[in-house]
Design a protein around this ligand. Structure first.
Ligand code: HEC
Ligand code: HEC
Length: 199
């Protein structure tokens, strides 16, 4: 895992010559996104992910993948089809500059969720999430590891299920598909609930 992390960081570092976005321009371009994601990126409906405070590199990769057909999100197709690389970088800068809100964890699941997040489940080959997503789950954007803290539980559950079923397959080296397919539904629910309450 350590070797994978290092080689990933090196390759990501080599790619990072991209255009730096403009926050003000991004704010103006975000009007069409607000209906689902909220004006500041803290969506209220759990089906729509919070995108406030998300790392710019991860954000740019996801929206570009959606535009170019590597991540299938039918709800967003019409809104991302016409975006230029510069538009996407501006949107990433705007949302990245917004403070993310947090929710609450289910008290009955929080202990299991925290254990999985911090230590993984060795007997099942599930690595600790903390290794890549960080001690407070704010991610490690230089390597493209997303922020997970405060995210709606329902959205996180859906992503882990999508990775597990390979409905979402744009993760480099199948990193998340490999992890998610080892997880039991209860473990997915617990870690997602824990993350919703984390700040
Ligand atoms: C009609 C509702 C809708 C609109 C409008 C919309 N989105 Fe989304 N967006 C979604 C949904 C639903 C998902 C999650 C799909 C899934 O389950 O994988 C999503 C996912 C995302 C993600 C990935 C989040 C993550 O953590 O991986 C980003 C980034 C994003 N949207 C940005 C935008 C931007 C920028 C705009 C405006 C140009 C926009 N969205 C407009 C519904 C919408
Ligand atoms: C080796 C590093 C690594 C480990 C360990 C790891 N992740 Fe990830 N995770 C990633 C990367 C990289 C992505 C982004 C994939 C992409 O670019 O689409 C990601 C994406 C995610 C997403 C999607 C986020 C979103 O906004 O859509 C969730 C949820 C997630 N991870 C949860 C977990 C959980 C829970 C664990 C522990 C059981 C975990 N991850 C362990 C690297 C890792």
């Amino acid at each position: 895992m350590k070797t994978l992390l290092i080689s990933l960081m090196v390759s990501v570092g080599l790619m990072s010559a991209a255009h730096a976005g403009n926050i003000e321009a991004g704010k103006a371009k975000s009007v069409t996104c607000a209906a689902c994601h909220g004006a500041d990126g803290n969506s209220l409906a759990p089906a729509f992910p919070k995108i406030a405070g998300q790392g710019e590199k991860y954000f740019i990769k996801q929206v570009t993948d959606m535009r170019d057909g590597r991540r299938n999100v039918p709800e967003m197709t019409a809104f991302v089809m016409g975006l230029s690389d510069e538009d996407i970088a501006d949107l990433a800068a705007y949302y990245g500059s917004q403070a993310a809100t947090n929710g609450r964890a289910n008290e009955e699941l929080v202990e299991l969720g925290q254990r999985i997040y911090r230590a993984g489940i060795e007997s099942k080959g599930i690595p600790a999430c903390i290794a890549c997503h960080g001690p407070t789950a704010t991610g490690y954007d230089a390597a493209g590891f997303p922020r997970l803290a405060g995210q709606h539980e329902a959205y996180t559950v859906k992503q882990l299920n999508d990775f597990s079923m390979k409905r979402r397959d744009n993760d480099m080296n199948a990193m998340m598909r490999d992890i998610a397919q080892r997880m039991h539904p209860t473990e997915i629910e617990a870690v997602s609930s824990y993350l919703q309450g984390l700040y």
